[in-house]
Design a binder for this molecule. Structure first.
Ligand SMILES: CC(C)(COP(=O)(O)OP(=O)(O)OC[C@H]1O[C@@H](n2cnc3c(N)ncnc32)[C@H](O)[C@@H]1OP(=O)(O)O)[C@@H](O)C(=O)NCCC(=O)NCCS
Length: 155
């Protein structure tokens, strides 16, 4: 059974844990770009939502989404390896989507590493569709698959 996961806004003290999880499970094989300082700046940025799910006071997962005029862009989303396939990622996405709808956003988009079949399946399962590829998007090393969810078509 999938538990009901509480999604909360991140606080400055979450920056280190988020940046380490990003380095370990998202940016592996690339140079580390989501440093503690960059994550802290996102937490402080009024046009960005940084959210976390905790399990027994430890970081189980997080997501970072930046708002533009009518679109929002998921910059990062990850779940700790020990906490996967329990609905944590879906809970984070559901929170972001509900908040984007309240903010009048039409479209949520994101990029995912082309080799990351698990994440592509996860986003598909959550209503995202593949749009196109961006060649060598990740530090010139790896292609990105660009995905989007149209909130008007999925109310
Ligand atoms: C992708 C990721 C965020 C999924 O998080 P999660 O909490 O395990 O996802 P959920 O439990 O909400 O999964 C919901 C559904 O998505 C699909 N799904 C999730 N992970 C999957 C995988 N590795 N392979 C295939 N389908 C997957 C399944 O349909 C799953 O439902 P099920 O468990 O009942 O079969 C997690 O594996 C992760 O952090 N990966 C590393 C970081 C990453 O790739 N981030 C995304 C790019 S920034």
């Amino acid at each position: 059974m999938i538990a009901n996961h509480e999604v909360e806004l991140a606080v400055p003290g979450d920056a280190t844990g988020i940046s380490l999880l990003s380095r370990n499970v998202i940016e592996q094989g690339l140079s580390w770009s989501w440093t503690r300082r960059r994550v802290a700046n996102s937490i402080a940025d009024r046009s960005t939502n940084v959210v976390v799910v905790r399990q027994e006071n430890r970081l189980a997962g997080f997501a970072i989404m930046k708002y533009a005029e009518s679109e929002a862009h998921i910059l990062l989303l990850a779940v700790h390896p020990d906490q996967r396939r329990k609905g944590v990622g879906s809970a984070l996405l559901a929170w972001l989507e509900a908040t984007a709808r309240v903010a009048g956003i039409d479209l949520i988009r994101l990029e995912v590493r082309a080799s990351n079949a698990g994440a592509i399946a996860f986003y598909r399962q959550n209503g995202f569709r593949e749009m196109h590829r961006r060649k060598r998007y990740y530090q010139g090393i790896e292609d990105a698959v660009c995905m989007a969810r149209d909130l008007w078509l999925s109310s």
